[in-house]
Write a protein that binds this ligand. Structure first.
Ligand SMILES: NC(=O)c1ccc[n+]([C@@H]2O[C@H](COP(=O)([O-])OP(=O)(O)OC[C@H]3O[C@@H](n4cnc5c(N)ncnc54)[C@H](O)[C@@H]3O)[C@@H](O)[C@H]2O)c1
Length: 355
């Protein structure tokens, strides 16, 4: 099924159960894929071009250094400007292969074939490619949208349950951005992930990205859960996965919305979020560890009030609202402290009740 996307949108989006070789590039192409998917790729009857690279890239190796051998290999073959790179894997692989495509010969076309739920629902769409630096995640990259995104849910059959749960949080995030709490509640129940959820999340993200490709306004809403989430992810030494951190940050943002005087989200929703997140409590770092990371957020800005001695740091926060789209606020990092403490208390309370 081809998803309806806004006219002129840079990426054609397909959501299928089984892969379709017809969707591979018509012209010269090569492949960079996650080694653990090679068997499934071939078993699905998909071709393997000469020069294909099957690699294994953990998050710790999401670095510029990882893509240099790929670029050298492409130049040795050699591939020309009419090349299309097909990226097959999770968000680490699609982010890196997209980045390599933006660099090779100053930019060649690429297709994303995401194979994790997180990459299907979020990472592979929107044109943000990137790699990590010592100083933080995704600090280097380019906006380089794939020509085509082909999400084949059949590939999810081998995905470990923790990775499925990880992707589910990005879907739940979309429902909370929209203020559609019935949808959030449905996804918070146990049971399999539905095709229609991924379809709705992709359609929503495509619309937002089309209106604001460079994240200067509306696209920031997609960062709901990411402000505190990124700090918790880094403070856990990356023991927490990205989606798990977004889930924790989402509950934190719901609590901060309350602190900021927005209409409180239903206590039942907060309790359901806390119950699902409770197993992550041991990895939630104390406030003292989160504060410096919040202040170093990529989207932090320095604001000096007239007459102030030193510039204060302000960070961009997305706050959910009941029945309405989330809102954006600029707040000092310290504003998160009460929400962080309530978040931790809620998770620990569930653990005690379950013990
Ligand atoms: N570009 C964006 O807009 C964007 C948005 C969100 C996240 N991201 C990035 O995405 C990355 C996280 O992506 P992820 O959660 O997909 O992690 P990942 O790419 O590390 O994949 C998770 C694990 O699943 C394995 N795997 C992949 N597909 C599989 C399958 N079908 N069956 C079995 N195992 C499979 C991988 O080998 C890996 O071990 C982060 O680096 C994050 O920064 C990017």
């Amino acid at each position: 099924m081809r998803l309806a996307t806004p006219s002129g949108f840079a990426t054609e989006v397909f959501l299928l159960e089984h892969p379709d070789a017809e969707l591979l590039p018509a012209g010269p192409w090569t492949l960079v894929g996650d080694r653990c998917l090679r068997e499934a790729w071939l078993a699905a009857g998909l071709p393997e071009p000469e020069g294909a690279l099957w690699v294994s890239v953990p998050e710790e190796e999401k670095r510029l250094a990882t893509v240099i051998p790929w670029l050298e290999h492409w130049a040795q073959v050699p591939y020309h400007r009419d090349l299309t790179v097909v990226a097959v894997g999770g968000g680490v692989l699609t982010d890196l292969a997209g980045l390599a495509s933006s660099l090779y010969l100053r930019g060649v076309a690429w297709q994303a074939w995401p194979t994790t739920l997180l990459a299907m629902a979020d990472a592979a769409l929107g044109g943000k490619t990137g790699a990590d630096l010592e100083a933080g995640k995704n600090l280097v990259g380019a906006f380089h949208p794939p020509r085509r995104l082909v999400a084949c849910t059949g590939f999810l059959a081998s995905l470990p349950p923790r990775q499925v749960e990880n992707g589910r949080w990005e879907l739940i995030k979309t429902a909370v951005i929209l203020g559609d709490l019935a949808w959030a509640d449905e996804m918070l129940q146990d049971g399999p992930v539905k095709f229609s959820w991924v379809e709705r999340a992709l359609a929503f993200k495509a619309g937002v990205v089309h209106r604001d490709p460079r994240e200067s306004g509306e696209r920031r809403l997609l960062n709901l859960g990411h402000t505190l989430g990124h700090a918790l992810e880094a403070a856990s030494g990356y023991e927490l996965l990205h989606g798990e951190s977004v889930g924790l940050g989402l509950l934190g943002a719901c609590l901060l919305a309350q602190e900021q005087g927005l209409k409180p989200l239903p206590a039942t929703l907060l309790a359901t979020l806390a119950r699902r997140l409770a197993p992550l409590a041991p990895w939630v770092a104390p406030w003292e560890a989160c504060l410096p990371l919040l202040a170093r957020d990529k989207k932090a800005q320095r604001a000096s009030a007239p007459g102030a001695q030193a510039a204060a740091v302000l960070i961009h926060c997305i706050l959910p609202r009941l029945g309405e789209t989330a809102v954006q606020r600029t707040l000092p990092p310290e504003a998160w402290q009460p929400s962080h403490q309530r978040l931790l208390a809620m998770l620990q309370e569930v653990e005690v009740l379950d013990a």
